[in-house]
Design a protein around this ligand. Sequence first.
Ligand SMILES: [Zn+2]
Length: 139
Amino acid sequence: MAHDPNCIFCLIVNGKADAHKVYEDEHTLVFMDIFPVSDGHTLLIPKDHCQDLFEASPDALASLMATSKCVATALRAVVEPEGLMVFQLNGAAAGQTVFHYHMHLLPRWVDQELALHTRVLGDPARLAELAEQISTALD
Ligand SMILES: [Zn+2]
């Protein structure tokens, strides 16, 4: 598997950086966004390093997409949002800030201001709790 030693998401895949992990299989890793825009903000990444949609393999994307449905269903059951936004950014001009493909699952509520990123760290205890609850709800 291709890994970039300077990529924070590769470090998470390799266990060299911490994350509140929700799920993983051969191809995909799911964890809580450490800068959550809303409660339950979750990321899915292919374990194999690829910068963006254009570099990602169709197989990695297919696997990640199938996993996204399972995780979204569990996330919805746990957080009970009024809506769920799925987004994926390619290139700095599009707002991409970590250059390892990632899909966002973002719970949304009516009247909540629309934002894609925040620089406010999530509460670690809450992130751990959510990861545990979503993981359990996956079964
Ligand atoms: Zn990477």
